[in-house]
Design a protein around this ligand. Structure first.
Ligand code: 3HC
Length: 295
């Protein structure tokens, strides 16, 4: 299937909801692509952290010769941070990247649909596995402008944007999404709206299986990861990647797959659940499968 389109995305000012890892990354690549970006987050701490992550990532890209210092400074200058939804007024495309909670996402999308009666303002969601068709219902009569735009972590380095139309999404919105992702320097690929789409439908059961292999004593984590890295050329082994993604997120996505596909074979491995219960969530808590003392 073709990944490019001649349709213009018509976006000048992009609003990002959520200044976390994903929202921050989306804001950064959008600003690097020349868009004016406003990032909303209600928590001042999240905004401060996001600014620090941008500075570090842009400096790294300059250091590696992937970006000039002028371009990095200009990209930084195109990003502003706001702490009220009203301050997003004037954006012509919104991407929500808030917590993976259906109710919170639907509440937000319903507010945004009411605040932005102009139907040309697309409401994109960066959900990793929640049904786009279900989320779109929150936009009521303008459900056709809701679309899934699934980015990958770390956003500045990962090439893919998985584009997932809801059952209600119009072809024009899909084309504009593909055009926007392309303009961001990414490669958009389409998937249909089924639990986990493609990326997490295939990735998460593999990660879950790695936990089963560990739990059953087939091998220790270092060997499981080493085998997959050296034998399959993965940049990270599945257990290291689970820590990087967050074990709570992995657990959550497995449950979404089990519920959405009506099949308990997708339920999270008991050992994965137990680590989450113990608060070992991965890089973000300093310990998951592995320990990260510096974090
Ligand atoms: N911005 C700029 N530079 C960055 C960066 C960022 N955000 N993150 C890492 N880098 C830099 C590093 O600083 C490093 O630079 P250096 O070599 O000068 O020190 C360079 O990129 C390479 O990083 P590392 O040396 O740490 O290690 P790698 O060569 O392995 O690259 C990686 C890191 C790109 C993260 C690589 O390990 C990788 O591709 N891992 C797999 C990531 C993956 O699968 N992501 C998808 C997760 S699933 C998901 O997001 C979907 C969700 O729904 C769950």
């Amino acid at each position: 299937m073709s990944t490019t389109t001649s349709t213009d995305h018509h976006v000048k000012t992009l609003g990002v909801l959520g200044a976390g890892q994903m929202g921050g990354g989306i804001a950064q690549v959008s600003a690097m692509a020349g868009l004016t970006v406003r990032v909303f987050d209600a928590f001042p701490g999240a905004i401060d952290k996001c600014k620090a992550v941008h500075a570090k990532s842009l400096a790294k890209l300059v250091e590696k010769g992937k970006l000039s210092q002028e371009a990095a400074t200009a990209a930084s200058g195109r990003i502003s941070f706001v702490n009220t939804l009203d301050a997003l007024t004037g954006c012509d495309w919104l991407v929500e990247a808030v917590i993976e909670d259906v109710k919170i996402k639907k509440d937000l999308l319903s507010k945004l649909a009411a605040m932005y009666p102009d139907e040309s303002v697309v409401l994109a969601t960066n959900t990793s596995s929640i049904s786009i068709t279900d989320l779109a219902t929150a936009a009521g009569k303008t459900a056709h402008r809701v679309v899934g735009m699934h980015f990958f972590n770390p956003v500045p380095l990962m090439q893919l944007v998985e584009v997932i139309p809801a059952m209600q999404t119009t072809p024009q919105v899909i084309d504009r999404t593909i055009a926007l992702a392309t303009a961001m320097g990414k490669t958009p690929l389409r998937a249909n709206d089924r639990a986990g789409f493609i990326s997490n439908r295939v990735l998460m059961p593999m990660i879950n299986e790695a936990f089963y292999a560990w739990m059953e004593g087939v091998a220790e984590p270092e060997a499981i990861d080493g085998i997959m890295k050296l034998g399959c050329n993965f940049p990270m082994g599945p257990l290291r990647l689970a820590d990087f993604i967050g074990l709570d997120t992995c657990c959550h996505i497995m449950n979404v797959l089990a519920d959405g596909l009506n099949n308990d074979r997708y339920r999270p491995c008991p050992l994965l659940k137990q680590l989450v219960t113990a608060g070992r969530l991965g890089d973000k808590t300093g310990r998951g499968v592995y320990a990260y003392p510096s974090k």
